[in-house]
Every structure is written in C-alpha cells, then in structure tokens.
Write a protein that binds this ligand. Structure first.
Ligand SMILES: [Zn+2]
Length: 336
C-alpha cells in the first residue's frame, strides 16, 4: 500500500545515509517541510528515479549547510521512489515510471498517480516559490534544465542553472509539467550519477534559489540562454530486438550514437543497421502525441537514417534505459 508520509523535519541520520539505505529511515515516499525565513517554500523533488542520486546528495549537503542557521526560505523536500533507490534501479518491475504519473498523465489511474496528486494538492496550498525536480541521465549529456512553459520566470529559473534549456510538452505526467501549473518549475538534468561535480553544481544552484527574493518577469537575454524544444521522442518498436553489439539483431545501433547528443545532425545521418525487412524499427512521436516516424526516419539499403536535420539528446548505450524510457529525443533551436 502506497501512502504519502509527511514530516516537519528530517529523521536523524538522513543527512549521512546512502540513498540505498534511505528506506530504513523513510519506508514510504515522503514529503518533508522545513521552515525558513520566507514562508513560500522552494519545492525540491529527488529520487523520482531510484538510480539518479545527485539531487539527493545535493539536498543532504544543502540541509547540512543550514543545520545551525535559519534557512533563507522554507523548503519542501519530496523523496519519491525510495523503494527503487534501495535497489539502485530507475523503477521496480511492478512500478510505473514515477515521472509519468503526475497530474496531466495519460496513464490510467493507479496508486502512484493518486500519491502525486496528493503531493501537488499539498504543495498548491503552500504557494511554492518554485519547483525543482532533479535527475541524472546515462548518456554523454551536458547539464541542462527543462521547462514546460515559455514564461520568463521559468526561463530565468533555467538560465540560473545552465545556458542550455529544453522546452517540452511531451511526455505527459512529468513532475515539472504538473508543478508548472502552480509555480515556476524545472527539471534538472545533471549528467551521470555519482559525479561529484554534478552534486556541487546542483548544491550551488539550490542555494542560489533559496536566496532569490523573486523570479523576475523580464525577458531573458538571448545571449544568456540556448533554448531548444523537443520535436519528437523516439522509441524502439516494442517487437524489435535491438543491440549495440549483436550483429544479427533486428536493429544494430551504431556504437557512437552517444556522440551525437546535443549536436545538430544533418538529414541522412545513420543511426544503425536493420536486419529485417518491412517497417521502421523506431517510432517517433511529436509533442501532440502523433506518430511522425515516417517524417523523421527512413530506411536506405538496410540502414536506419534520419530524414531531417535535428539535435538528438538523451542518447545512451544502456539498452535497459532505452527499453524502459526511449532511444532519444529530437530537438531544434527556438528564438528566446
Ligand atoms: Zn530521471
């Protein structure tokens, strides 16, 4: 049975504990409220995916810093998929992806979607200053922020973290999409897990946000931000078996795909070799949820090629992540 636990302080030991042992202190998803000088809280979500600990480490260090002095602003901390963190996996086999079940989700109602609704309802009542959801990824990606609304305050929140900002409206049911209806909201992508500099970067960013009196509504200069938007999410067809190294798999993906992350690629760029005849081995879905596979990819002499210029992101060599999430996103530059 999944229920939301709420506390007014962190349990003893939580500032030192390893994320895989957090379940010993917090057996359920837990929302913790810490009082600060400004009452409207900064809302921070960590461990939405159990094997993405950078946000958790940064929050530990942030709270340590204010252990003996007042927080400049209240903090609400949501520790999401603690069970998955225990096993160091994105999510358990019997769980949905925790970052697809927030209000606005297209998945059928479930215990996890009811839990996220409770979190949003509670936070709405507290009038949050801003919302930050912290993730890692597995590929070669720079640090960047993702926003779901083209509003100057949201772009500011992103520009404070990194020049590179991605605007997306699909997939649905993500934390920052739900929170964007209430306050400036961002998803942080902080590189691979367990990189110390990722933790430090996030810590500095969270501390900056804690001290902000407001997020200004003035336009962010185009010099300060590289704004891209997602034009498609690309998945492998469920019945297609794929690999980076098994020569006779239906789709043999190129080894160096990761190198294309955040690089504009030309029309005709190859993604891999196809060893079965017939339909495309990938599905591309645009932000409106339409299948645009035929516009984005084609087969040419058994090779899978992209059909238009685009900038891929989140390409990874991790086959499990590709199956659970997607092969990549395709983006293009926007004018800020
Ligand atoms: Zn994640």
């Amino acid at each position: 049975m999944l229920r939301l636990q709420q506390l007014d302080g962190l349990p003893d030991g939580s500032l030192e504990i390893h994320p895989q042992n957090l379940y010993q202190l917090l057996p359920q998803p837990t929302l913790i409220h810490l009082q600060g000088n400004q009452p409207e809280p900064l809302f921070i979500t960590v461990l939405m995916h159990g094997n993405e600990p950078t946000g958790f480490y940064a929050v530990q260090k942030l709270v340590q810093k204010y252990q003996h002095k007042a927080l400049p602003r209240s903090l609400s901390l949501f520790f999401a998929n603690i069970e998955a963190a225990r096993h160091n996996v994105r999510q358990l086999e019997n769980q949905p992806d925790f970052n697809r079940v927030w209000p606005g989700t297209q998945l059928p109602p479930c215990a996890e979607s009811r839990l996220m609704q409770q979190v949003v309802d509670k936070m709405q009542g507290l009038h949050p200053f801003a919302s930050i959801d912290i993730h890692n990824n597995t590929g070669l990606n720079p640090h960047y922020g993702c926003i779901n609304k083209l509003d100057n305050r949201y772009i500011q929140l992103a520009a404070l973290f990194a020049r590179l900002t991605v605007y997306f409206t699909h997939p649905k049911g993500v934390q920052s999409g739900a929170m964007a209806e209430i306050c400036p909201a961002i998803t942080l992508e902080c590189g691979r897990p367990d990189q110390a500099y990722g933790t430090q970067h996030v810590l500095d960013y969270l501390d900056t946000c804690l001290h902000l009196p407001e997020l200004s509504n003035t336009a962010v200069s185009i010099k300060d931000v590289d704004l891209f938007h997602t034009i498609a999410q690309v998945k492998i067809q469920p019945e297609t078996d794929f690999s980076f190294h098994i020569d006779n798999s239906d789709l043999l993906l190129d080894h160096d795909l990761e190198q294309m992350n955040f690089t504009e690629v030309n029309s005709g760029t190859r993604f891999g070799r196809v060893n079965v005849n017939g339909q495309l081995p990938v599905i591309a879905i645009n932000p409106e949820g339409q299948d645009v596979s035929e516009k984005f990819f084609h087969l040419e002499q058994q090779e899978l090629r992209i059909s238009r210029p685009a900038m891929p992101s989140m390409l990874t060599l991790d086959e499990k992540v590709i199956r659970q999430d997607c092969l990549c996103y395709l983006m293009e530059r926007m004018q800020a």
